[in-house]
Design a binder for this molecule. Structure first.
Ligand SMILES: Cc1cn([C@H]2C[C@H](O)[C@@H](COP(=O)(O)OP(=O)(O)O[C@H]3O[C@@H](C)C(=O)[C@@H](O)[C@H]3O)O2)c(=O)[nH]c1=O
Length: 182
């Protein structure tokens, strides 16, 4: 597995080794020892799968208690995936890191606990799979507004069109009002 740091050192792009042959390909997407050897001792307790149409933006989500670390990947299509550092004690507090993830590059992103996370679907549709280090806790679920100017995420919006978002995310909090981590 190749590990590519982003400019936020805790947010990592992971490229699994892909074994191609006449049948197709094989790759390991999660191996506790490989990740531990890379410094990521993770205990996953929930797996999620969402499918979204082109132009959908889900985010920026976090749980203020029971924060989840997320190992995310795309099995069909292409997304732009983003993590925002909400840890006030962090030197990269308030910064965002993004990466394209697709079914062709097989890249994964490690989003640590303490980050808001979201993605935008660039392809016709996308299947998005992720492992989480804590369980869904809806009472602590929070949404930071995807387009807050003080964060300034550079979303690659298709034809510049406004994204499709949920009512919850439409009402996402701005940076000043959003709950943050210590
Ligand atoms: C996240 C989640 C949702 N749900 C339910 C609640 C709701 O009825 C329905 C859809 O929920 P949402 O609109 O919150 O789904 P979605 O917008 O896809 O939420 C996800 O977005 C990405 C960006 C993340 O990072 C995830 O952690 C998660 O917050 O699914 C669960 O049952 N378990 C879960 O873990």
């Amino acid at each position: 597995m190749k590990i590519i740091p982003t400019h936020i050192p805790d947010v990592l792009i992971l490229e699994p080794q892909v074994f191609g042959d006449a049948r197709g390909f094989f790759m390991e997407t999660w191996n506790a020892k490989t990740f531990a050897d890379a410094g990521l001792n993770l205990n996953f307790v929930q797996d999620n799968h969402s499918r979204s149409r082109q132009g959908t933006l889900r985010g920026m989500h976090y749980q203020i208690k029971h924060p989840q670390g997320k190992l995310v990947r795309v099995t069909s299509g292409k997304v732009f995936d983003v993590a925002v550092d909400l840890r006030q004690s962090s030197p990269t507090f308030g910064q965002w890191a993004g990466a394209e993830l697709s079914d062709e590059d097989h890249r994964m992103l490690w989003v640590p606990p303490g980050f808001a996370h979201g993605f935008y679907v660039m392809s016709e549709s996308a299947d998005f799979l992720y492992k989480c280090t804590d369980l869904y806790a809806p009472e602590y679920d929070r949404s930071l507004h995807w387009n807050d100017p003080s964060i300034g995420i550079e979303w690659p919006l298709v034809n510049g069109a406004a994204p499709t978002i949920s009512a919850k995310d439409e009402a996402g909090k701005n940076w000043q009002e959003a709950d943050k981590f210590a």
